[in-house]
Design a protein around this ligand. Structure first.
Ligand SMILES: *Cc1c(COP(=O)(O)O)cnc(C)c1O
Length: 345
């Protein structure tokens, strides 16, 4: 598939590593009922550029390029108080010599604290120009449009990056990832049987799916919901995959059954810690020295662990976990991830 006709900025020099996790694989097997689990591999998208990386970097390569093409001087985006996406968008704006403004949604009431650690600290350190805080359930697109209108009155030009960078253009970032993976599977002689990826605003899951279908890569993708059950999540992913496919001009109808997700690990609520997340974060840190995060990848890896213990993966299957980043928010949840607080299962 030819991505070269889409404007793109580069924020990562080379492919992110594709690695086997030997110690984690052993620890997981030992914790499975019959002592057998899958071989777990990892795609280190936590090592993408726009320090310290994460999946939003891939989407922003195409989104920031589009903003520059349109002559924008400011990126406007939205997210939760510990948003990795906001932090990555701010990084991209700095690299491109643009300003950046956020609309922050308090999805958990009163959760925004100006002096909070983690990503919020990085917003301030890197110099976000303005933050507007709105209550849960606000119309984020309207709120961002208002910021753009205010800028226009001053003769400036804002570019709205949708939540999570998940539209057709942002999804191209994970089509690029699909192509990178295809090359790595070939060069490293790796045969992956299933992919486990987080499913939130859906650009990652949907973009990867469009890229796999378009490149005829026949590896099932299993999404782990971080905020929704499959009944709500799957239609979003399907719509995103179709939009990406249409933008690529693939003349393809994305089969509905190609979208698979599980919703059993995000509760009690988006971004609110649970015990399974803590186990997953500690397990990967202590077996492989790789940092997951409390809001996304900890719960996503908890999904992989939980599915393995339920016997969802066949014996000796090679399962690839896409590490989508997020480590800065560990610092906003230190006591929780150290197991010092009572949390729901
Ligand atoms: C945003 C994010 C996700 C979810 O990706 P979507 O494309 O929004 O579905 C997963 N992991 C991390 C660390 C994220 O920041």
């Amino acid at each position: 598939m030819d991505l070269s006709r889409f404007p793109r900025r580069r924020y990562t020099k080379d492919a992110t590593p594709l690695e086997f996790l030997p110690h984690f694989t052993n620890a997981l097997a030992a914790s499975c009922p019959n002592g057998q689990g899958p071989n777990v591999w990892i795609k280190r998208d936590d090592m993408l550029g726009l320090t310290p990386g994460g999946n939003k970097t891939r989407k922003l390569e195409f989104l920031a390029a589009d903003a520059l093409t349109q002559g924008a001087d400011t990126l406007i985006t939205c997210g939760a108080p510990q948003s990795n996406h906001c932090r990555a968008t701010l990084s991209a704006s700095i690299k491109e010599g643009m300003k950046c403004r956020f609309v922050i949604e308090e999805r958990v009431p009163d959760s925004y604290r100006e002096d909070a650690s983690g990503n919020n600290f990085l917003f301030r350190l890197m110099g976000v120009e303005a933050i507007t805080v709105v209550p849960a359930g606000s119309n984020m697109m309207e709120a961002m449009q208002k910021v753009a209108d205010d800028l226009a009155k001053q003769g400036r030009k804002g570019y709205i990056v949708p939540g999570g960078g998940s539209n057709a253009i942002g999804g191209l970032g994970y089509v690029a990832c699909a192509q990178e993976l295809q090359q790595q599977f070939f060069e490293q002689g790796v045969q992956i049987d299933k992919i486990v990826v987080g499913s939130g605003s859906s650009g990652t899951h949907g973009g990867l799916l469009a890229g796999f279908l378009g490149n005829r890569i026949n590896i099932p993708i299993v999404g782990i919901g971080v905020s929704r059950d499959p009944v709500d999540q799957d239609p979003l992913v399907h719509k995103e995959a179709q939009a990406v496919s249409d933008l690529l001009g693939l003349s393809m109808t994305v089969p509905r059954e190609a979208v698979v997700s599980f919703g059993d690990w995000w509760r009690p609520k988006y971004s609110v810690p649970n015990q399974a997340m803590v186990e997953a974060v500690q397990m990967l840190a202590r077996t492989e020295a790789i940092l997951l995060d409390p809001v996304y990848t900890g719960k996503i890896m908890a999904g992989l662990i939980g599915l393995a213990r339920k016997g969802y993966f066949a014996k000796n299957e090679n399962v690839l976990f896409i590490h989508t980043g997020g480590a800065p928010s560990l610092h906003a949840y230190e006591a929780e991830v150290l197991g010092l607080k009572d949390l729901p299962g």
